[in-house]
Structure formats: C-alpha cells, structure tokens
Design a protein around this ligand. Structure first.
Ligand code: GAP
Length: 441
C-alpha cells in the first residue's frame, strides 16, 4: 500500500467521473465542485445512509427540508450577522487574501514575496448575500444559509404542533449550505457551496448531559457502521478558546485526511441559546409544555452536524489504495463498503460474441431492480475488472460459455479478487449475504 495523497484522489475523481472543478471550461470557479456520474451516486448513498440511520432507525427523530433562503432576521437572531466572521488580511502588492490565523504576518507574502505588505486584520463575514425581488436596496437583502440548523430551530413549533413528537425528540435535515470561505484549498474539504447533514435533538433542561454522550457515541458508531477504519477516526474536545460562546461543550469527530487530522463532524451541546434568541427576535413563544409534568420550558439542544461533501472526501480517502498485484503491476482500488459503492454489481460478458453479450445484458437488466448495476463489454475482461476496481465496484459478475450451458456465472470480489461460481437464480441472495459479511481487509 502506498501513501494516499490529495493529488492522487483528485486525479482519480476526475478520471473516473466522481468530481470535477465547477465551470472548468471557463477556467474553474474556486470553492465550487460538480459531482459527476459516480460522485453523485456516492454522495446520494452516503446521504441515504445518514438519513436511514438518523430518522428510520430512531423513532424519536423526524425529518425536515427547510428553504435555503430565510428571513434575514433569522441570521441576526442566530448571531451570524455580527459574529460569523474570519479575520482576514490582504497583500497590498498582489491583492491576495489570507486568513490572518493561517498566515505568519511577520513573513513575506507567500504569493508575491513582498515584505511588510499585509493590511491590518479585518473581520470578514462568511455569509453570501443576495437580493430578493427586483429592488437591490438594503431592505431586500437575504443570505444563503451558512448552516442548515437554523431552519430546524425556526420550524421547531411547526413540527411540534403538526406531528406527534414529544420532548425529547430530534429534527434531521440534509441540504446545501454556503460560506464565503477565504481558504478553499484541499479539494472538497472546504468549499463555498457544500452540503450538511444536521440533527438537532431537543431535550428537557438538565438532561442534555445524558443526551450529549449518547449522541457522541451514536455518531462514532455511524462511521464504524459505514465501514470507515476506526484507526482513522478520533475525538477532539473543544478547548475554552474554540468553544462557541453559547455552547456548553463540543467535540469534533476528526478523520485522518491525506493532509492530516481534520474535523469531519461536530457534536455540540448548544443549550437553549438558539430557541431563546428566536423567541426574542420573532416575539413568538418557543416554549414547550410538558404534557406529563405540566412544566413549561425552552428545550436544550444537542446538535450533530456533519458535512455530506466532507463525508464524500472521507469515504474516498479511506477507500483509496494502490496495491501491488501478483503479476507485478499496480492496481488502484477503492475499497468502499458495498452499501455506499456507486455501482454495486457490474455484469461483464467474457466476450461480446456467441450470444454472451446478449445473455449478460439481459442478466444486468434483471438485476437492476435489486442493485445499482453497470454493464460493460468493451475491451479485455482484465481491463474491465480494473476499471471497476477504480470506481470501487465490490462485485463483478462474468458471463462465460459455461453460463449458456448451466445458468451459472462467476462473481469476482473486488478486495480479494477471488471468484466464485454461482447459479444465476442465487445471485441476489448471494450478494445480500456477501454485503452483510463484508469486512475491510
Ligand atoms: N450547525 C453547526 C455547524 O454548522 P460547523 O462546525 O460550522 O457547525 C459542521 O460545520 C460541519 O459542516 C463541519 O464539521 C464540516 O463537516 C461541514 N462544513 C463546514 N464548513 C464547510 C465547508 N466550507 N466546506 C465543506 N464542509 C463544511
């Protein structure tokens, strides 16, 4: 196994249709990416896995899909208008912009090399502004949401009154968020347009100290269940200087990305800060009346906040491998867990002719309702296997001359490259079983 670098991942993503730079034919747009045919499947599979784990597997969590554009007062209440800033400096010579906390101000500009060229640090708000309606005046300003969480707080009462939930319960949401990030290096790790998967868990004041460790545990288990190697995940507790002023406690799940340990997800004990702020700014009651005890209170919140697009980079980094084959060459392989692989089953006729191509195509069509499938009959079968390894397809079914005689095929396992002969009628249960038994080696 050789070292996984970001350049290798970027190159594979481009070559195999996972991720492209946005607007590439115009020279690209910084901090914006397009998910190609394989990338969108991978991202949707991760999204669906999160949704299933967080909503269907918990009877106390319901879903929401709030709009990206919200009333501008939301962001005043949340503190984002005044506090969601990064300190920034400009180089007076080349006009490059840097985050003040990520650059040594005593050194020359890393872009143009000029000395003493930095402006004094200024606070730069990360929210994108736009205008709603035809007028471009200050009254029409709206923001692209910088987190999905506020949509959940603002709809707290609507959800409470329209569904049968009772505190403690959670609201889950997946969607796009936008931040005008100054530093957007490291591919999709930090982009200006990205997706979040967030859940706000509302509980009785005082019980957050039980729910906080519960959710930390759930969230780490989620990554283990997704097949991510446990040794590439760790906890980082926020120190007093990192903690948001309203947060009681916060932990990040960090992943060992190619550039080192970095935040993947945050689990935050957010107190009653957000609901209290929205009550203050909207004038609407945000309290909850406990039907059993008759107590009235503003619930406390434990938040789990993961980046979906950052999860995609994690999945690619964790899966990427270059292996020496017994024949002496190198095969690039993505060891995705079968539940997130963009293609689950490829069907490959050994050759096109003698009816093998047609038999394989019909088989692939039959399997479509059970799995994400792919059909490929062009080129040598060995090369087709390698193409499937590179996109992380866990099972390749090969149709050969024997298949026409006895209705059996071979199933090749991506990781071990071993093959097993299976009756066509048994393919679906065989693969379901193999999925359940899957273990990353
Ligand atoms: N609601 C809390 C919140 O938004 P955050 O720590 O700012 O907390 C949560 O963001 C997660 O969203 C991060 O752990 C990361 O996975 C993802 N994220 C944040 N900014 C991002 C960016 N610019 N690009 C990609 N993902 C980002």
């Amino acid at each position: 196994m050789s070292e996984v670098t970001m350049d290798k991942i970027i190159s594979l993503c481009r070559r195999r249709g996972f991720i492209f730079q946005s607007s590439e034919i115009y020279g690209g747009l910084n901090g914006a990416y397009d998910y190609g045919p394989m990338g969108v499947e991978l991202k949707n599979n991760i999204r669906d896995f999160w949704w299933k784990e967080m909503t269907r597997m918990h009877d106390d969590i319901v879903g929401l899909d709030a709009s990206i554009l919200m009333h501008p007062r939301v962001w005043e209440a949340s503190g984002h208008v005044s506090n969601f800033t990064d300190p920034m400096v400009d180089c007076k010579c080349c006009k490059s912009r840097f985050r003040a906390d990520q650059i040594d101000l005593a050194k020359p500009c890393p872009v143009c090399g000029n000395k003493d060229s930095f402006t004094a640090p200024r606070n730069f708000n990360l929210m994108f502004q736009t205008h709603i309606g035809a007028n471009m005046d200050s009254a029409s300003v709206v923001y692209l949401r910088p987190e999905t969480a506020q949509g959940i707080y603002v709809d707290f009462k609507n959800v409470l009154q329209s569904s049968r939930v009772k505190v403690p319960f959670g609201i889950a949401q997946i969607g796009k968020s936008f931040r005008n990030e100054i530093t957007t290096k490291n591919f999709i790790f930090r982009s200006c347009e990205f997706e979040q998967m967030e859940m706000q868990f509302f509980c009785r004041p005082g019980t957050e100290d039980e729910w906080f460790p519960y959710w930390r545990n759930e969230r780490m288990n989620y990554y283990h269940k997704m097949g991510i190697r446990p040794e590439s995940l760790r906890w980082h507790q926020h120190g007093p200087d990192e903690l948001a002023f309203y947060a009681k406690d916060a932990y990040d799940i960090q992943f060992l990305f190619p550039m080192g340990w970095q935040e993947l997800e945050g689990v935050h004990s957010r107190t009653d800060y957000d609901l209290t702020q929205h009550q203050k700014f909207s004038g609407k009651d945000m309290t909850y009346l406990d039907p059993e005890t008759n107590e009235r209170y503003i619930p406390y919140v434990v938040e789990t906040s993961a980046g979906l697009t950052r999860n995609v980079l994690m999945a690619l980094s964790d899966a990427y491998d270059e292996e020496q084959t017994p024949e002496g060459d190198v095969r690039t392989v993505l060891h995705f867990h079968p539940q997130i692989a963009p293609v689950k089953v490829a069907v490959l006729p050994l050759v096109k002719k003698d009816g093998l191509g047609e038999y394989a195509k019909n088989l692939e069509k039959d399997l479509r309702s059970s799995f994400p499938t792919f059909f490929d009959q062009s080129g040598a079968v060995g090369r087709r296997y390698r193409r499937m390894d590179e996109i992380g397809t866990p099972y390749c079914i090969t149709v050969d001359y024997q298949s026409l005689q006895d209705q059996t095929v071979t199933i090749r396992f991506r990781d071990s490259m071993k093959q097993e002969r299976v009756s066509v009628s048994q393919i679906v249960p065989f693969i379901h079983q193999a999925d359940m038994e899957y273990k990353r080696v």
